[in-house]
Design a protein around this ligand. Structure first.
Ligand code: SF4
Length: 247
């Protein structure tokens, strides 16, 4: 088996309450609160296959929480840098709500994907379940590493897509992924200014005035991951039932 990446999955209370949270779809026994545990359970057993299979990307992500809420985030990064081979990249998948407060740790990753669905406060609250839109312009400005935005598109923000692209491009973002939730077969009209560019893992990639836009469809996803759940379970299936998530 060739693995594209290895996910370290954190669990615990989140600083957002997304109605589509993946934590609601998986067996709760897999998502025990590990925000205070160092190291995460079974980390040594998880590092072995990363080395055996020469997996080149390790991702800090979550089933029910944001990885930047993990109390030992910087310590675990240091630990993995010492244990993994030098070419291994470590990336963060975050909702961005703590990015500016923890910008020093944020910049210790090799790259970051921020889940960010809208610049509008009312839409943000509908999609993320909490007040307060993170300042994406500041995050992009203060990042010293590549930042990609992952935007779920649904009935709440689909009408904003053109404005969203324009705003993302204006703040200097270089990569954007537009994605539907797993199983959502609804289609939405693409902004007219998108120019077809290429394909990535079966998904179309477009150009928008210097911004690279990927339309990510999990039904077409050709990725294989190795996953460390917060209870110590190691699995090649992300959801163990069905999957949706950041690329
Ligand atoms: S940010 Fe992620 S973990 Fe938190 S509620 Fe939203 S989907 Fe769930």
């Amino acid at each position: 088996m060739r693995y594209d990446f290895a996910n370290i999955l954190f669990a615990g209370p989140c600083n957002a309450r997304c109605p589509f949270c993946i934590g609601r779809q998986i067996d709760p026994r897999l998502s025990v609160n590990n925000l205070h545990e160092f190291p995460p359970r079974n980390l040594d057993r998880f590092i072995e296959p990363i080395q055996v299979h020469a997996i080149k990307q390790v991702v800090f992500t979550g089933t029910t929480t944001d990885p930047q809420l993990y109390r030992h985030e910087a310590r675990l990064l240091d630990h993995l840098r010492q244990r993994l081979s030098p070419g291994t990249q470590i990336s963060l998948h975050t909702n961005g709500r703590l990015a500016l407060k923890k910008i020093d740790v944020f910049n210790q990753y090799d790259r970051v994907c921020v889940s960010f669905p809208t610049f509008h406060a009312a839409t943000y609250e509908k999609m993320m379940g909490v007040h307060g839109v993170p300042d994406l312009a500041q995050i992009v400005d203060r990042a010293r590493i590549p930042v990609k935005v992952s935007c779920v598109v649904n009935e709440h923000n689909r009408a904003e897509l053109s404005d969203f692209l324009e705003h993302c491009q204006a703040i200097g973002l270089k990569r954007l992924v537009l994605r539907r939730l797993y199983g959502d077969q609804r289609s939405w009209p693409l902004p007219a200014q998108l120019q077809p560019l290429s394909h990535y893992r079966g998904n179309p990639v477009y150009a928008y005035h210097g911004l690279e836009v990927t339309l990510w469809n999990f039904d077409r996803c050709e990725c294989h991951s190795l996953n460390l759940f917060s209870d110590g379970t190691i699995s090649t299936s992300y959801l163990l039932t069905s999957a949706y998530r950041n690329e």
